[in-house]
Design a protein around this ligand. Structure first.
Ligand code: DAH
Length: 349
């Protein structure tokens, strides 16, 4: 074998050694190995050329190239071991986990206070024999107002008070329902009497302050049959409030006006906070009473509007603000806290 060929192979070996030593990771090392030892690597190609040489040169050349190949493979294996050791070194240098630290407790979520009160109220009425009904939040204006006996010029029908979705002709006008009384209409239009339902859900009004939110929750009640009386309304509501707020809670009816009931009333409960004994109480404003709901005997006009015989049937209806009850129950001073989703507030109630 010529001296120049021998020198070239020695140079090649040095090149392989340097490349292996320079490899910084497995990927680079793999590329280096492929460059010299792969199917078309430099050393592989040299070995393939042995048959082209004149007979006597084949053996020494073959032996020399083979030795270079074995040396290259050793270099690669060595570099591989070096990389593994380096990785292990880095791993050990990382700060160790302190297994004596206290664990991080996962916070357990819970239902929103409005949802909790809503479910409790619904459960109470279900216990009294009511079914649960639902209606859409985007509702026909006729179901929200006209069929409930609102006169055409009632102020609640102003753009100023309600969110109208589409201003089509009068019959097809759609708005976000301003109360759950719409479900009364839907129930009576779709079922013959007797009817005994409560309807919980979201309602919308153009209101926004400490005690009013543009979206809030109500629960409506409706009971229709032959011979239903005002005293039954009172009995049902007192049974409900007794179960929700504790037996012996004081109640009073106050005459009031709603277009769809006659007579109409508001029901107050004795202040849960001061029990009527603190003239400066902020919850009842010193009156000793809290407004809880509106109610009354279904107006015969409403029966006519939904196709019930007003001569044969009587009924009562009631509607209450769930947010109001939640604020009382959890002593929440500002309704907006219920809708801001601040975890500090939600964890406190
Ligand atoms: N819908 C009324 C409101 O949102 C509440 C109400 C009052 C509902 C009297 C009733 C009722 O069913 O009889 O202010």
């Amino acid at each position: 074998m010529s001296d120049s060929l021998s020198d070239a192979l020695a140079a090649l070996e040095a090149e392989v050694r340097a490349a292996c030593a320079a490899a910084r990771d497995d990927n680079e090392l793999r590329q280096t190995a492929a460059r010299y030892l792969g199917v078309s690597g430099t050393l592989t190609r040299l070995l393939k050329r042995i048959p082209e040489l004149p007979g006597p040169e084949r053996k020494p050349f073959g032996q020399r190239v083979n030795a270079a190949k074995v040396a290259a493979e050793a270099c690669v294996a060595q570099a591989h071991a070096r990389l593994r050791a380096e990785a292990r070194e880095r791993e050990l240098a990382r700060p160790a986990a302190d297994v004596t630290l206290p664990g991080r407790r996962r916070k357990v979520g819970r239902r929103h206070p409005i949802q909790r009160v809503l479910e409790e109220v619904v459960d109470t009425f279900v216990g009294l024999g009511f079914d649960v009904a639902e209606g859409p939040e985007a509702e026909l204006s006729v179901n929200n107002f006209d069929r409930l006996g609102f006169p055409a010029d009632h102020p609640a029908m102003d753009m100023h008070d309600s969110f109208f979705v589409a201003d089509l002709d009068a019959a097809a006008r759609v708005l976000l329902r301003t109360h759950t009384s719409t479900v009364q209409v839907r129930e009576m239009l779709s079922h013959p009497p007797p009817v005994r339902v409560v309807a919980p859900g979201a309602v919308y009004r153009r209101d926004d302050d400490v005690t009013h939110s543009p979206m809030f929750f109500q629960l409506e009640g409706l009971l229709v049959d032959e011979g239903v009386t005002l005293s039954q309304l009172r009995g049902v509501l007192e049974a409900f409030l007794g179960r929700l707020l504790g037996e012996g809670v004081k109640t009073r009816f106050r005459a009031s006006y709603f277009p769809f009931v006659e007579p109409g009333a508001e029901l107050d409960v004795g202040c849960l906070l001061c029990r009527g004994e603190d003239a400066s109480c902020r919850v009842c404003k010193g009156t000793g009473w809290l407004e809880i709901l509106g109610c009354g005997m279904v107006d015969p006009v409403v029966f006519s509007n939904v196709g019930y015989d007003p001569e044969r049937y009587t009924g009562f209806a009631f509607g209450m603000g769930i947010d109001r009850l939640a604020m009382l129950r959890y002593r929440v001073p500002d309704i907006r806290l219920l809708y801001e989703n601040d975890p500090r507030f939600l964890a406190s109630v």
